[in-house]
Design a protein around this ligand. Structure first.
Ligand code: PLP
Length: 375
């Protein structure tokens, strides 16, 4: 069959989702978030980030996150420019005292481990890894002052509920694809950091970090060692600016406005149980569908480790890339697997903004495309 014919396959309109965006970041932005932006087109957009209109939005985002996560007294929300990838460098300068331990079970956990391994002022990190599709456990180690792992490994669709190791050590959780879509307990982490283009359905380019009192103290004590750190990566500078609802340099205002609207939507509808509940419902729909189809299998075998926010489904007998191509030609986009994982797989974002009913429709679309390709 020619490629053109395959592209020409038209999915029956009754099977299509209302919104065809299933990417894992950037991910679906709710139309109301765009409306929120339009409503501030002249009052906030194009105005100074040192004045009240923008500072109030930063303050609202910081308060909204405290509410959403139920953060205890003494925690602070710190923010800065550069997204989660830059936060790894920030942490390498400003949080790790001497030696870190990293759980590596996919691309993102691995990148932070590489960043701390490359830092000349730190000892070689301890890296604990496991096969893609699983996660390892922390190993209490008195030589490590910091432990780092992702709450959700976006490259493989494995989730790992944050839990402190026995003994001391700051716990740093990469929550980039988890924050707002998975439950966690502040007592089990010190720094819960993320960027807002996944569960918060905003745009990329900023990082946010919920920091415990122990983390704040670590920021101050590492800074006091006079270790060299570039100002743009200096967490103590970011902290001082954040408590004044500012950033060290100019942030993306549109990103903040859309993030603020998403937080309001979550908090007004029941907070994290509401938001995480939507993702859990989408996950139930996706995985039960995959388990009932001969051509589909959830990649993550351990049900407890199967992510509620990023679903990875192995496909047998049909080229997954071809499925993605046809879905895309029908307006259903970004279902592609993480390339470096190298599997015949679909990867589906199930962030809170995505309607569970649209995930159900997506499964019907995949059924139709697979049947068409097999014909
Ligand atoms: C997307 C993602 C990142 C990278 O985020 P950027 O904002 O693009 O730097 C890091 N970690 C995890 C777990 C992610 O899902």
């Amino acid at each position: 069959m020619s490629e053109k014919n395959q592209h020409d396959f038209v999915i029956p309109p009754g099977l299509l989702p209302v919104d065809g965006r299933f990417g894992c970041g950037p991910s679906k932005v709710r139309p109301e978030q765009i409306d929120a932006l339009v409503a501030r087109a002249t009052s906030v957009m194009g105005t100074s980030h040192r004045q009240a209109p923008v500072k109030n939005i930063v303050g609202s985002v910081r308060e909204g996150l405290v509410d959403l996560f139920g953060l205890p007294e003494g925690w602070e929300i710190i923010l800065g420019n550069g997204g989660s990838t830059v936060f790894w460098d920030v942490a390498t300068f400003g949080l790790i005292r001497e030696r870190s331990q990293h759980l590596v079970f996919g691309e993102f956990g691995g990148k932070f481990a590489e960043a701390s391994a490359a830092a000349p002022h730190l000892a070689d990190p301890v890296v604990v890894s496991s096969e893609p599709g699983t996660h390892p456990e922390l190993i209490a180690d008195p030589t490590c002052d910091t432990y780092a792992f992702p709450h959700n490994e976006t490259s493989t669709g494995v989730m790992m509920t944050p839990r402190r190791p026995v003994g001391d050590g700051l716990v740093l959780v990469d929550a980039t694809s988890a924050a707002g879509g998975l439950a966690w307990r502040p007592s089990e982490a010190d720094v819960y950091y993320f960027a807002p283009q996944k569960c918060f359905a905003s745009d990329g380019g900023l990082w946010f970090a919920a920091c415990s009192p122990a983390a704040i103290e670590r920021i101050r004590t590492v800074k006091a060692t006079k270790r060299w750190m570039p100002a743009s990566l200096d967490l103590s500078i970011a902290l001082d600016n954040s408590v004044a609802n500012q950033t060290y340099n100019t942030p993306a205002l549109a990103t903040l406005i859309m993030f603020d609207d998403q937080l309001r939507w979550m908090n007004e509808n029941g907070g994290l149980p509401f938001a995480a509940g939507r993702s859990a419902e989408s996950a139930r729909i996706l995985y039960s569908w995959a388990e009932s189809r001969p051509f589909a299998t959830p990649f993550v075998r351990d049900v407890a480790q199967r992510s509620n926010v990023v679903g990875t489904i192995d496909i047998e007998g049909t080229d997954a890339n071809e499925i993605c191509r046809i879905l895309r030609s029908n307006g259903v986009v970004d279902t592609d697997s993480y390339r470096k994982l190298g599997r015949n797989q679909l990867r589906i974002g199930m962030f809170p903004a995505i309607e569970p009913s649209d995930v159900a429709q997506l499964t019907r679309c995949i059924d139709a495309v697979v049947e068409h390709l097999g014909a």
